[in-house]
Design a protein around this ligand. Structure first.
Ligand code: BGC
Length: 737
């Protein structure tokens, strides 16, 4: 008994000694800043510099001598990308990296539901964790400035407030898995054409009011641990080592304590990278997608060239200590966090999340009766139709493929055709209708006119026999469509779809059009098509989500996160000369200034075809008159706007109620109105709920160029309550004292 007690005591004692011996940086009970300081004090200059650049395509080094692990990164943002080779852009062809594809971020934004954003963050975080990633390269919050931008599908629309609200829960939930978010692309990467060098000029007002708020929210509210610098230049300096964007705004004003990572190949200068706030350099001497170079990782700007400048005293040692501290902090938060969960891949709950987000994000753009006083075509009542023809390349296409760095290798993928067959069974037949070719970089795949004609003729023949035609078309992830590395080359639908729509409609007016895209398209045929659904890119469960909505199993509740201009020149960015878009290949000026998206349409009185915030439902909602808590608001006070919303139809649904604010008179030009609050409310048939919004002086401010600060001018304002930015259900005037 005694010996037993003795050996227990000995054991406890040696544990104590071990715990005592553990260096501070390894001790998770210690504050993270103490650990950072301790690790830093043990490192050589060479070891610190080694942290600051890639050591493979998607990893950067740790400190092997101290047992500090490397940082493993992966794209982002709609799922965890398949493994890439250590040293080139080829896929590693592993068999354990198939994942769940989640709906594209445009779809997430279209849910207008932060709970969907949290669900997204949790699910993708678990997958990233299971795949042992420390950094997930997403989400993206570049503002939708033009429908020509090839990468809009990866972002959250045209409104800074909507994008801010929607990105925060994604980041917070993702990071609970010990995986860092990497909010991207900071900043002003609003087009793909000439993205590597285009030099963007815009007013400070547009920068602060439109292009920065979502990044600010991601950092200050979301607490994003990393951020990705963008490829382009801002005022003559590359964004990845831009003094104003990184040192002044991000690190000084927003107090960002995390890591700035370049976009892949976004660094161009050692001195600037050293002193202007860049922390980790990735993908240099490549285009970030396909091209390679003979340079080694030691040749990177923040590798040997940086070490040399440090040793020669040409850049201060404080720069490397700051960078290394930030990277150590990141490693402690992620790779060296032993308490993080284990993660999971392709679980039932991930598929359910993908489906639910898709269900809430699909937008019913139009749902008119085919004949006067008839029923709208949607939802599709199975008992009314015996023969349903599904047409379209996108009905079967693997839309997870292509698109650039967001390309995904899926374990399961339900196509729209499969989803519809699961509900309507043998009633469904299929015709391809048009062909779009393979997803390829560097060129558009040409389809021979005779192939196009043949496919169209086949579909039109079958449409004559059908009771209902569902055309699943839109764009895809090919180069020059919704794809990284290039912008769209036409605003209208590609691959002969306009002709196809016209001919299908001529033989069968019962035509439902499902658009799969991350961008608005021109719709000269809009009056001919009774039902139009915006179906985004919905990921693994997309076919089920679409079928859920088309069949009425789910009542659509998504609303547009961007406007659909009737024609391209109706979009602010395109209302000026080439310098405004796409630039003269060197420089670009955002001439529409703060009037982006609906701010332009509203203020210039150029109606959009489908307005920002628009989305129909299978039920109807009535709004009571909104009431304000007072007529006058003090600058340090709040004003409460209250109203009741009722489901006045016969099916359950969710309505997105939007509050915009407009300033009647101001010393500077202001948009007619701007989104300041919204809420999504679930209502059973006949159910009514009270909603209230609190307006504060912050909601009334503009960015004042003269004082370089936010400013509010007393006077008359209006609160607009709307079901969209144009479907305004009530206006409340008030005064700010
Ligand atoms: C893209 C980034 C991406 C990176 C790594 C770049 O081409 O712009 O969004 O995260 O490559 O794949």
């Amino acid at each position: 008994m005694r010996t037993k007690l003795f050996s227990l005591a000995l054991c406890a004692c040696s544990l104590f000694v071990n715990a005592q011996q553990k260096p501070v940086y390894q001790d998770e009970t210690q504050p993270i800043e103490a650990r950072v300081k301790d690790a830093l004090s043990r490192m050589t200059l060479e070891e610190k510099v080694a942290l600051c650049h890639a050591q493979s395509k998607f990893t950067s080094a740790g400190v092997p001598r101290l047992g500090i692990p490397q940082v493993m990164m992966s794209d982002g943002p709609h799922g965890v990308r398949a493994e890439i080779n250590w040293n080139d852009w080829g896929y590693a062809n592993q068999t354990n990296d198939s994942i769940t594809a989640f709906p594209a971020l445009t779809c997430l934004a279209a849910t207008w539901n932060p709970e969907m954003s949290a669900l997204y963050g949790t699910a993708i975080g678990e997958e990233a964790r299971y795949r042992e990633k420390d950094v997930l390269l997403g989400p993206g919050v570049n503002i939708y400035r033009t429908p020509m931008n090839g990468r809009n599908f990866e972002y959250m629309g045209e409104d800074p407030y909507l994008a801010s609200v929607m990105c925060v829960p994604y980041i917070q939930e993702l990071q609970k898995n010990g995986v860092a978010a990497c909010i991207k692309h900071y900043a002003l990467n609003n087009q793909e054409l000439w993205r590597g060098h285009i030099d963007v000029y815009l007013s400070d007002r547009a920068l602060y009011e439109i292009y920065l708020p979502a990044f600010k929210a991601a950092i200050e509210k979301g607490g994003s641990w990393t951020i990705m610098g963008s490829y382009n230049k801002y005022r003559g300096q590359h964004a990845c080592h831009n003094e104003q964007l990184l040192n002044n705004i991000l690190k000084r004003d927003w107090k960002f304590d995390g890591v700035v990572i370049t976009d892949w190949g976004g660094a161009h200068d050692t001195y600037e990278a050293a002193v202007n706030g860049l922390d980790i350099e990735m993908g240099s001497y490549t285009n970030g997608l396909t091209s390679e170079s003979a340079f080694t990782y030691h040749d990177y700007y923040l590798a040997n060239p940086y070490l040399k400048l440090l040793k020669e005293g040409k850049v201060p040692m404080s720069t490397i200590d700051d960078k290394a501290s930030r990277i150590l902090r990141l490693i402690f938060r992620t790779a060296m966090n032993t308490k993080k969960p284990l993660g999971a891949l392709c679980t039932e709950s991930h598929y359910a999340a993908a489906r639910e987000i898709g269900n809430e994000g699909i937008v019913l753009l139009k749902n008119a009766p085919v004949v006067k006083k008839g029923n709208p075509l949607l939802p599709i009542d199975a008992s009314r139709y015996n023969k349903i023809l599904v047409v379209g390349d996108n009905a079967t296409r693997m839309l997870n493929q292509g698109g650039g760095s967001s390309e995904l290798k899926v374990k399961d993928m339900i196509s729209p055709l499969a989803g519809l067959k699961a509900i309507y069974g043998d009633k469904i037949s299929f015709a391809q209708g048009y062909a779009a070719g393979r997803p390829m970089y560097g060129r558009a795949d040409e389809i021979a006119p005779e192939v196009e004609d043949k496919l169209r003729a086949e579909a039109v023949e079958k449409a004559k026999e059908a009771d209902l035609v569902i055309l699943v078309g839109g764009l895809n992830k090919n180069h020059f469509q919704d794809c990284e590395g290039g912008d769209r080359q036409q605003y209208g639908l590609p691959f002969g779809q306009e002709k196809l729509i016209n001919e299908l409609q001529a033989v069968n007016p019962n035509l439902v059009l499902v658009l799969l895209s991350g961008n608005a398209v021109e719709m000269p045929w809009v009056d001919k098509v009774p039902a139009i659904v915006q179906g985004w890119y919905l990921g693994s469960m997309g076919g089920y989500s679409l079928a859920d909505v088309l069949s009425g199993k789910v009542n659509p509740s998504g609303k547009l996160p961007f406007s659909f201009p009737k024609k391209l020149t109706d979009c602010g960015a395109h209302a000026f000369d080439e310098l405004s878009y796409p630039g003269d290949s060197i420089k670009e000026e955002y001439k529409e200034d703060i009037l982006v998206g609906y701010r332009w349409h509203d203020t210039k009185k150029i109606p959009a075809l489908f307005a920002f915030g628009h989305g129909l439902s299978y039920t109807s909602y009535s709004y009571s008159k909104p009431m304000a808590s007072a007529k006058v608001m003090n600058a340090d006070g709040t004003l409460t706007i209250t109203l009741k919303v009722k489901n006045s139809g016969s099916v359950a649904g969710k309505e997105i109620v939007q509050l915009y604010v407009g300033d009647d008179k101001c010393s500077v030009i202001r948009p007619q109105k701007e989104l300041k609050h919204f809420t999504k409310v679930a209502l059973q048939p006949g159910e009514e709920k009270e909603i209230s919004f609190q307006i504060t002086a912050d909601d009334l401010k503009f960015f004042d160029e003269a004082t370089h600060d936010w400013k509010v001018e007393p006077g008359k304002f209006k609160a607009y309550i709307g079901a969209s930015s144009t479907d305004i259900r009530g206006i409340v005037p008030f005064e700010l004292k």
